[in-house]
Design a protein around this ligand. Structure first.
Ligand code: COA
Length: 335
């Protein structure tokens, strides 16, 4: 029997409709468009409506991903969702909700929590399921409504994040030239307090704000920004260098470098270290901010939808997030 490879056969995203400018934050916190632009690269981000949940957003991206894969709903063997802002704390999972809304029944569905590295972790799982011949078509979804867990009194975090979703279908192929070449994932819980979301969202900002801990403070997202920044640059640079070396691929062979969109300065620092042509770095941070597990698929879809991404292009992905978690991947796009 010829070898089975995992292949990314489609990509899609969904961007919520409410565009929030940096200047909107100037009205209620001590910040400025200039500071946010200079320190992060972010100009706008999109927030979901209050009644819209992360699974609602995920379904919208997933539908398009399945349609673009040219397969039917019945062909999907498993649904996995990465999110740090699920509809419910614990259960039901977003993957179950998304499956149900898509009309998928009696197939496995579960969520993973690996924060901003979520999409890389999803790729790793999908690749393993396919290459072990367990499943043929895996639907992976990164879906976030981070606006529902943001502390709008904390200028160090609330300006950074946005909502959105990205989805992809990963399918089995015998064609080696269309494969996901490699996925590296890792974590170190020693840094667990760098990024924290003490409580999951269910029903938007108002309901979360009303849940108080014993100190009487609302339970919302917290980040040690500067410490995270420094560790992100070092860890990502090493991780990306390692995956390139391991697979004997040079930066000039890469068609597009698609990093997690957390901070433009982190992206540029890693890009400089691996010496990649700046025209090959995909940037969406200025439009969408940090959408955590959705950021990489949203960025891939950004160049797909604008016609830049072509079948056979070699992509280098990397991400870093709460946990701490991180990862990278090399793959030939096959959409
Ligand atoms: C959050 C981040 C943008 C802050 O930038 P920074 O250069 O590290 O800034 P610092 O946290 O050192 O803060 C510098 C000053 O800016 C201030 N500041 C923070 N946010 C601000 C804002 N929105 N507007 C204005 N000033 C702000 C701080 O209060 C601090 O002021 P002080 O010197 O008077 O105390 C940056 O650290 C970052 O992007 N971190 C990593 C994010 C990340 O990778 N996350 C992982 C995946 S989610």
């Amino acid at each position: 029997m010829s070898k089975i490879y995992a292949s990314m056969v489609s990509i899609a995203s969904y961007i919520p409709k409410n565009c929030i400018n940096n200047k909107d934050f100037e009205k209620f916190i001590d910040t400025s468009d200039e500071w946010i632009t200079k320190r992060t690269g972010i100009k706008t981000r999109y927030f979901a409506d209050s009644e819209e949940t992360s699974s609602d957003i995920g379904v919208k991206a997933a539908k398009v991903a399945i349609q673009r894969a040219g397969i039917s709903i019945d062909d999907i063997d498993i649904v996995i969702c990465a999110t740090l802002s699920p509809d419910y704390l614990g259960m039901p999972s977003n993957a179950c909700l998304i499956s149900y809304r898509l009309g998928i029944e009696n197939k496995p569905a579960f969520d993973i929590i690996s924060a901003c590295s979520g999409f890389i972790y999803l790729l790793s799982l999908a690749k393993s399921f396919i290459e072990s011949n367990m499943y043929k078509n895996v639907l992976i979804v990164g879906a976030e409504k981070i606006s529902s867990i943001l502390d709008f009194n904390d200028r160090g975090t609330c300006v950074l994040f946005g909502d959105g979703a990205g989805a992809a279908v990963i399918s089995a192929t015998n064609d080696k030239s269309k494969r996901i070449i490699d996925v590296n994932i890792s974590a170190n819980g020693k840094y667990n307090d760098f990024l924290m979301t003490p409580i999951c969202s269910n029903g938007g900002l108002d309901s979360v704000k009303n849940i108080k801990n014993t100190t009487g403070k609302p339970l919302l997202l917290k980040m040690k920004g500067n410490e995270t920044f420094k560790l992100a640059v070092k860890t990502l640079a090493n991780d990306v260098k390692e995956i390139l070396l391991k697979n004997n691929i040079k930066s000039e062979d890469i068609s597009y470098f698609i990093p997690h969109q957390a901070n433009l300065r982190i992206i540029n620092a890693v890009g400089d270290i691996i010496n990649i042509d700046s025209n090959k770095i995909v940037l969406t941070i200025q439009k969408y901010g940090n959408t955590s597990a959705a950021s990489i698929p949203m960025a891939i879809d950004d160049i797909y939808s604008s016609g830049k991404l072509k079948n056979g292009d070699l992509l280098l992905l990397d991400a870093f997030g709460g946990g701490l978690t991180w990862g990278s991947s090399l793959l030939y796009f096959n959409g």
